[in-house]
Structure formats: C-alpha cells, structure tokens
Design a protein around this ligand. Structure first.
Ligand SMILES: NC(=O)C1=CN([C@@H]2O[C@H](COP(=O)(O)OP(=O)(O)OC[C@H]3O[C@@H](n4cnc5c(N)ncnc54)[C@H](OP(=O)(O)O)[C@@H]3O)[C@@H](O)[C@H]2O)C=CC1
Ligand SMILES: O=C(O)CCC(=O)C(=O)O
Length: 433
C-alpha cells in the first residue's frame, strides 16, 4: 500500500503536515523541521525543502536468461538543485520504495551542503534483489534504467554513484549507456567507476576512510584511546568492511560484524583477514569458524566503545535505543537512527555522529572523481587521501563548534548548518530558482 506523503491546502498548495508515517521520509522531514524552526525559515521555503524538486519513476522490463519477461520499478529523485547538479547513489534492493529514495535524496542535499560540495542532492533506486539475478540480467536492468533516465542525468544535471547493491561494474554500465546515447564518452556522467574508465584512486574505500576518521575523532572527544577501544559494525559491505579494516589498523578491536543474514562475534577481536576469505568463499559472514554467532539485534546492544550501523535505515529505534550500550554511534549508513531513538540516545549521553557528516567521505571523493574526469587530469592516491582528510576535518570541526556553541546534538548542528547553506543559495539566487 502506498501511504500518501503529500498534503494540500484547499487552494491546492502543498503543506507541511506530513502523512509519511514513521519511515525514513518522516525522519528526514522531522530533522528538516527542527532546523527550519531553529533558523526561523518561512513556511514557503520550508515546504519547498520538504518536497523533492523533481522525481522520475520508470518501469524496467527485463528479458530473463530463461526467455521469460519480468518487470521492475526504478526511481530517481532530485531533491534540490540550488547549489549545483544532483548527486547521490543508486540502490538496487528489494526494500527500495519511492519514499525511501525521497528521504535519501534529501539527506544527500544536506550532506553535500555540509561538506561544501557544489552539488544538490539526489538518489536513485530499483526495487530488485540483485542476488536473484545473473550478472547479464543485472546489466540489462542497469542499462534499461539508465536509458529511461537519459534526459534526467549527466555531468551537469545529476551524477549517480554506487550505494547498496550496486558497485563499480554497475557504474561502468551506466556510464557506457549514457555515452552510447550521447555518441561520445562521458566520464563525468557517474562516479565510483572503475579506474580504467576514469574512476578516481581512493573512491572505493573513501566512505569507510571518512567513517573511521570521525570514529577515531569521536573516541578522542570521549577521552578514549583508539588502542584500547572496541567496535561493533552492522553491515559488512562496501562501507562496513572497509571501516572495520581502517579501525583495526588504528588499533581498535572490531569484536562483531554482521550482514543481512546475521553476525559473528569475538570479544578478543575478529581476525578480519580470515573473515574476508570466508566471505569471499561463501558470500556471507555467517558460519565463520573463527568466531561465535550473534544476531543483528544483539549486535546493536553490545557493550562497545563504537557502534557503527553501516547497513540500512531505521535500525536504532524507540524499541532498542534504551538498550544501546555503545559510548558513540557513528552512522556509516544513511538514516539508521530514528528521531525518537536520537532523543533517547542524547538523553542517555551517547554521542551520535550523524550520517551526513560520518559517511560524507564517499561523496567527497566522488566530487574529486567528477573534477578529475571533467578535466581529464588524474590525481595521486595520496593527493586524494590528503584532500579527503582535510575536508572531513573541516566538517568535523564546524559541526562540533556549532553543537558546542548552541548546546545541541551533532545531528541538529549538522542539519542546521546544511539547511542554512541551501536556504542561503535559494535567497541569493532569487528564492525559488
Ligand atoms: N557506498 C557508499 O559510498 C556509501 C554508502 N552509504 C550508505 O552506507 C550503507 C551501506 O552501503 P554499502 O556498504 O555501499 O552497501 P553494500 O550493498 O555494499 O553493503 C550493505 C551491507 O549491509 C548488509 N545489510 C543489508 N540489509 C541489512 C539488514 N537489514 N540488516 C543488517 N545488514 C544488512 C548487507 O548484507 P549482505 O552482504 O548480506 O547483502 C551488506 O553487508 C547504506 O546506508 C548506504 O546508503 C553512505 C555513503 C556512501
Ligand atoms: O558518491 C556519491 O555521489 C554519493 C554516495 C551516496 O549515495 C551517499 O553518500 O549516500
């Protein structure tokens, strides 16, 4: 069932009353409302920011390998374009729905503004389980989805990147499809591409590196030394797996990790090299002989210094926030903590490093990739890493200063800083460009 997510005044104008339920879109709108109230935004601008600028829903017919035909639904939402072209990942997952994509697109707007990238916010998704399809079928789905978006995306319009269920190969197919349509190679059309066709050194582990950097900074805030600290990580994909390695290399004991099926646990610290061999062989962390078993719910309540949700939205909720024992929650995922849970964690003195700050490393290096691709001039990995570290440090300091100055949480501070930048862009361009 689709829950209506827009409400209208008798005149037909959109209003701020939200009927989006308690999912990610309601959470994103609640965070926006907090920032709008703090900044004293007028209702017109606030309403505009609560709704996407543009969205496109497409159907994707697929000729399956066995000759039968199936049909899937895909979306691309451009939440805001006031600071530049749309930017944001593409998710392939059976859980994708339009409201989720709208929320993720709004978070991209704030993330890009917070780290001062010349982008708006966008996100895309196809409701499909890639595990149920051959690589040839996924290539056909990706190409058809991209063809349907052809007039909507491109280096000056909206630049996709990987997210859950997509990867470098997906981006290569997307870039190729855009390029075939235009009649020439367009390397700036997507980021997160393979190096061979204009990807950037350092993009594949950029999100994880940024997550690890702010996790270590959070430990410092708490007066903890990385060498004595422990961490639990939900989601062992592109973000979680890399974050585990960077934290391990910084001396943190990574005692639990999980994927969509369940997790593994070792109080003395997981042997990540052996675990990765197991994952490569079996496709899951489950059954790793070098550790005990733990389920996803119990992982979230382990007594650790750092809890890193690096999977999906709304995993720390009203039901379990009072059970979280971590000293800090560092949001590798987008939207893992609901607004009610956020309040509970704040009341309990648990530091939450919000998604739009914690996982911004990915889009920062996507920006570097787009700049390099547009100029056809390639940077070294150490250049990329140094510039990533510098931007993450600037954002960390900015958010922490704002939070201390206004005695608010890091999320409230980060959202306010970002919304202010977007609102200012609208004002200076003439309010509603
Ligand atoms: N990739 C990027 O650059 C960025 C990603 N993000 C965010 O990080 C998060 C993870 O993305 P990414 O690592 O790219 O995605 P991946 O698809 O690479 O990995 C996702 C991981 O989460 C696991 N997972 C999926 N559903 C659940 C669930 N219900 N409970 C527990 N674990 C689950 C998956 O398990 P399994 O392996 O079994 O499928 C997998 O281990 C998302 O929220 C994404 O939006 C944010 C910024 C940038
Ligand atoms: O790299 C990008 O462009 C966007 C990554 C993304 O989707 C995100 O930060 O959530």
């Amino acid at each position: 069932m689709t829950i209506p997510t827009e409400t209208r005044a008798p005149s037909g104008a959109l209003t701020l009353e939200s009927r989006a339920g308690d999912g990610p879109l309601a959470a994103a709108r609640e965070q926006l409302a907090g920032a709008a109230a703090f900044l004293g935004l007028d209702d017109g601008l606030h309403t505009m920011l609560a709704y996407p600028r543009r969205e496109l829903t497409v159907s994707i017919p697929l000729r399956r390998d066995d000759g039968s035909t199936a049909c899937y639904i895909g979306h691309r939402v451009q939440h805001n374009l006031s600071r530049g072209p749309g930017k944001g990942g593409v998710r392939f997952s059976p859980a994708v729905d339009l409201d989720e994509v709208r929320a993720l697109a709004m978070w991209m707007t704030w993330k890009c503004a917070l780290v001062d990238l010349p982008y708006g916010g966008a996100k895309g998704g196809v409701t499909i389980d890639p595990r149920q399809h051959s690589p040839m079928e996924m290539e056909r789905v990706t190409r058809r989805y991209t063809s349907e978006l052809a007039d909507f995306i491109g280096p000056e319009r909206d630049i996709p990147a990987p997210d859950i269920g997509t990867n470098e190969q997906t981006m290569a197919w997307m870039m190729d499809t855009v390029s075939v349509g235009r009649g020439y190679t367009v390397p700036g059309a997507v980021t997160g591409k393979p190096l061979l066709i204009g990807g950037s050194l350092g993009r594949s582990d950029a999100t994880s590196l940024g997550v690890a950097q702010v996790a270590i900074a959070a430990l410092t805030t708490l007066g903890r030394d990385g060498l004595a600290a422990s961490a639990a990580i939900q989601g062992y994909g592109k973000v979680g797996r890399g974050a585990a390695r960077f934290l391990r290399d910084a001396g943190v004991r990574v005692i639990a990790v999980s994927d969509q099926y369940a997790g593994v646990f070792d109080e003395t610290g997981l042997d990540l090299d052996a675990l990765d061999e197991h994952v490569t062989r079996t496709g899951t962390v489950v059954g790793f002989g070098g550790a005990g078993a733990i389920d996803n719910a119990d992982l979230l309540t382990l007594d650790v210094d750092l809890l890193l949700p690096c999977a999906v939205e709304s995993v720390i909720t009203h039901d379990n926030a009072h059970l979280v024992q971590a000293r800090a929650v560092v949001e590798g995922a987008n939207g893992p903590t609901t607004p009610v849970a956020d309040k509970i964690l704040a009341e309990r003195g648990i530091l939450v490093v919000p998604d739009i700050l914690a996982n911004a490393g990915g889009v920062i290096v996507s920006y570097f990739e787009w700049v390099q691709a547009n100029q056809a001039y390639w940077w070294t990995e150490s250049d990329v890493h140094a510039r990533l570290r510098e931007r993450m440090t600037i954002a960390w300091d900015l958010v922490n200063d704002e939070a201390s100055r206004t005695t608010r949480t890091l999320r409230d501070a980060a959202t306010t800083l970002a919304v202010r930048r977007v609102a200012e862009a609208h004002r200076v361009r003439g309010l509603y460009p």
